[in-house]
Design a protein around this ligand. Structure first.
Ligand code: AMP
Length: 138
């Protein structure tokens, strides 16, 4: 059980933006920019890979609508959708969540998010790697 279970149960207050039978979206308490949202499933699972298809589908169905809404409401021309999946990926609250982070032309308005992207090169075993991932899909 995490703090998000308490939010789902109404035991801890939050600013609710959207909810249905499967999901809840609310304002992040420590926003990286104005309008920073969290989207969570009601299902209590730590990582995306553990989720049921129903929860996953409900998240996917509402994500584009939330992106459009937060951009329309804040005037942001863009947003990042970020999903920290596991402690090594920076996840702190162990209940699946998507961050929706509006981005603004003025860097100061979105100063809380920096993405470092140090790209490597796809090497010789790419075909085997792709096959191995395909074979591992369940
Ligand atoms: P992560 O590092 O991806 O696990 O992000 C957890 C997020 O949950 C952080 O952005 C926190 O600011 C946010 N958070 C933690 N507690 C609350 C809360 N009570 N209400 C809203 N957001 C919260």
């Amino acid at each position: 059980m995490t703090i998000f279970s308490k939010i789902l149960a109404g035991e801890i207050p939050c600013h609710r933006v959207h909810e249905d039978d499967h999901v809840l979206a609310f304002l992040d308490i420590g926003p990286l920019s104005r309008g920073h949202l969290l989207l969570i499933p009601r299902e209590e699972k730590a990582t995306l890979g553990e989720l049921s298809d129903d929860s996953a589908a409900a998240l996917g169905r509402v994500l584009p609508r939330l992106c459009r809404a937060v951009c329309a409401a804040t005037g942001a021309p863009a947003c990042n959708v970020l999903q920290n999946n596991g402690a090594e990926a920076g996840q702190v609250v162990m209940h699946v969540h998507f961050h929706i982070i509006p981005r603004f032309p003025d860097r100061e308005q979105g100063a809380g998010l920096r993405v470092e992207w140090r790209a490597g090169e796809l090497d010789g075993d790419a075909a085997e790697l792709a096959e191995a991932i395909t074979a591992a899909m369940t």
